[in-house]
Write a protein that binds this ligand. Structure first.
Ligand code: ZN
Length: 254
C-alpha cells in the first residue's frame, strides 16, 4: 500500500511496476443493515488483496464519491461530479509522474462510473491508460450471482450484503434485514418511456435498499469476492504486459 512506503521504497517499486490500483468508494446509505462505507470497504479490500498478490501499487481509497442522490438518508456525504473528476484526475497524473503507465480504478459505487469513464478518456492523451473495474458488472461475477441468489438486488441487496459479510461482518446488522426488505425498491431508480428519471433514492425506496438482503451469507460473499479478485488480478496482468504502443491512441489514418 502506497501510504506505507518511504520515498526510497516507493522509488524501487515505481521503477519495477507500471500498474497502479486506485480504490474508489462512497460514503452513502446502504439500507438500515449495512454501513455507510460499504462501497469503500469493498473497493479497498479488493484492491488491497490484488495488490498484495501481484505486487501492484495501490493508493489509499477515495472515500467520498458522487452520491448526492442518497443524501436524504442520514450520514450520506457527496461531492459534485466536477470536484470528483478534478481530484481523481489530478491524483492519477501524480502516479503518471512517477512512471505509472496503467491505472485500474477499482470502483465500488455505480454513481462514480460516468465520471471515472470520463477521467479515463482524459488521461489517455497524457500517456496514462486507465480502466474501471467494477465487481458487480464483471461477467464471471454476474454468472456466479445468478447461481447464488434468486434476488441479488443492486444497492444494498443480497450481493452487497454478502460482500460486507465476507469482509466486515461486524458491521452488518442482520436484525434489520426484514426492515430493509419491507421498504425496498424492486429496482434501482425510476424509468419512464425508456428514460431514467433524475430522482433521489428516497423517492423509490423507503429503506434505501433494492430487493431483499436475506439470502446473503458469509460463504456466498467469500465466493463473490474470490471471483472478483481473480478477474482483477487477470486485468492487472494484462495491463502490466501490454505494450505502450497498443495502449496509445492511434495517429491519423492514411
Ligand atoms: Zn453500494
Amino acid at each position: 500500500m502506497l501510504e506505507n512506503y518511504s520515498w526510497k521504497s516507493a522509488r524501487k517499486t515505481f521503477r519495477s511496476k507500471k500498474v497502479a490500483l486506485v480504490p474508489v468508494g462512497s460514503m452513502e446509505q446502504h439500507g438500515p443493515h449495512l454501513p455507510l462505507g460499504t462501497d469503500f470497504f469493498i473497493a479497498q479490500a479488493l484492491a488491497e488483496s490484488a495488490a498484495r498478490d501481484t505486487g501492484a501499487i495501490c493508493t489509499p481509497g477515495i472515500p467520498i464519491g458522487v452520491s448526492a442522490h442518497h443524501r436524504q438518508f442520514w450520514g450520506t456525504l457527496w461531492v459534485s461530479p466536477q470536484t470528483f473528476r478534478q481530484y481523481v484526475y489530478e491524483a492519477a497524473i501524480g502516479l503518471g509522474y512517477h512512471g505509472v503507465g496503467g491505472i485500474i480504478f477499482v470502483n465500488g459505487h455505480g454513481g462514480n462510473l460516468p465520471s471515472l469513464q470520463e477521467i479515463s478518456r482524459n488521461l489517455r492523451p497524457e500517456k496514462l491508460y486507465s480502466v474501471v473495474y467494477q465487481w458487480w458488472t464483471d461477467p464471471s461475477v454476474i454468472e456466479l450471482l445468478n447461481r447464488l441468489f434468486k434476488s441479488k438486488g443492486t444497492h444494498a441487496g443480497a450481493m452487497e450484503t454478502a460482500m460486507v459479510l465476507a469482509i466486515r461482518p461486524e458491521l452488518v446488522d442482520a436484525a434489520s434485514y426484514d426492515e430493509a426488505a419491507r421498504g425496498a425498491a424492486a429496482e434501482f431508480g425510476i424509468k419512464k418511456f425508456g428514460a431514467e428519471l433524475p430522482v433521489d433514492t428516497v423517492e423509490f425506496s423507503e429503506s434505501g435498499a433494492t430487493l431483499d438482503p436475506r439470502e446473503a451469507t458469509v460463504e456466498a460473499g467469500k465466493r463473490i469476492f474470490q471471483t472478483a479478485l481473480d478477474s482483477l488480478k487477470s486485468f492487472i496482468d494484462w495491463l502490466e504486459k501490454a505494450k505502450a504502443d497498443d495502449l496509445e491512441s492511434q495517429a491519423h489514418r492514411d
